[in-house]
Design a protein around this ligand. Structure first.
Ligand code: GLU
Length: 323
């Protein structure tokens, strides 16, 4: 079986090992996995460990263990290899450098010496975007071939498109934005010149032939930036489904203050993966009750048209009793 127009679906699970994976991640991973598997698609596991100061080395293996425990599998990944490896972002630096070089040659990236506080200070209310201050463009006069500032003093910043960028989301429909005006030029590297998240994700999805992206709706602003980068690099745009985040009873994104929702913690307490999957499937509108069920049992009846668009509230982390 295959997806639209006979193209084989390729999805991905892309954990950031900046800490433990929690309930909200489990729900998103389940939907990503079901979407690909229900269309006969392939699944890739990619570890997004380029956020260096925040990455915890132990969290890579823990994420892999959590995903296995949940009953989610993949066809390519750091533990099993595959044709598009390596599957750990820190091992892919040369690929990102090459694609960055193309952006620079096309004059779509310029060296930016501004610091975070320069940008925050310069930002006034009208320049606040849905995702932080819009870059004021101080360094954008640089043109390809101009001298570079000293190494270590600048990052590469993408010259965003001043025109409409549209993203079609399976849950939310067509979303349109002017990336230059509403989000602003954005970094594609850090000052160490290592790739930043936006660049790494689009380069990897392209290189790994990923054509289906399912992730949390906190990344919608990133989807516009990525669609802009994808267009300038000449890649195909994947299909997007941005799923609601799980929030606590106070309506805020699930975090430590709501109690311990780490999957590793549930596992240690003797909670069964099927209980977590049952809760996630029920909260997503896929099953009538939150009874224990395996991920594999949900494949046959999965459809995006059933998936609930509402934010998911977790009122108590004691939802799961070990049995
Ligand atoms: N690694 C990101 C996360 O864990 C996901 C990035 C993406 O799906 O583009 O939130």
């Amino acid at each position: 079986m295959s997806g639209i127009a006979g193209i084989k679906v390729v999805g991905r699970l892309a954990p950031s090992p900046t800490g433990s994976q929690h309930l909200g991640n489990a729900r998103t991973y389940l939907l990503a996995w079901l979407s690909a598997r229900s269309q006969g698609g392939r699944m890739i596991l990619r570890i997004e460990d380029i956020d260096s100061p925040r990455v915890k080395p132990w969290a890579i293996q823990q994420a892999i263990d959590d995903l296995h425990w949940l009953g989610l599998d993949w066809d390519e990944g750091p533990d099993i290899g595959g044709p598009s490896g390596p599957y750990i972002q820190t091992a892919r630096a040369s690929i990102y450098r090459f694609e960055l070089g193309r952006l620079i040659e096309m004059d779509r990236a310029y060296p930016c010496t501004c610091t975070r506080s320069d940008i925050d200070e310069a930002a006034s209310a009208p320049h606040e975007s849905i995702d932080g201050p819009v870059y004021h463009g101080k360094c954008s006069a640089w043109r390809h071939g101009d001298p570079l500032p000293p190494t270590g003093t600048f990052c590469w910043r993408f010259r965003a498109t001043d025109g409409v960028t549209a993203v079609t989301d399976c849950l939310l429909g067509e979303l349109r934005i002017n990336v230059a005006q509403q989000l602003g030029d954005f970094p594609v590297t850090r000052k160490t010149l290592e790739a930043a998240y936006q660049l790494a994700v689009v380069v990897d999805d392209h290189a790994m032939k990923v054509n289906q992206v399912v992730r949390g709706d906190d990344l919608i602003p990133s989807a516009f930036r990525q669609a802009d980068l994808i267009a300038s690099l000449g890649y195909n745009t994947p299909s997007y489904s941005h799923v609601p985040l799980v929030v606590g009873s106070d309506g805020r994104r699930l975090a430590k203050r709501h109690g311990d929702t780490r999957l590793s913690q549930f596992r240690a307490q003797g909670v069964r993966a099927e209980q977590i999957i049952g809760w996630a499937a029920h909260s997503a509108g896929l099953v009538a009750s939150p009874q224990a069920i395996t991920a594999a049992e949900l494949i046959a009846d999965f459809a995006w048209s059933k998936v609930n668009r509402a934010t998911v509230h977790v009122d108590s982390v004691n939802l799961f009793r070990s049995c």
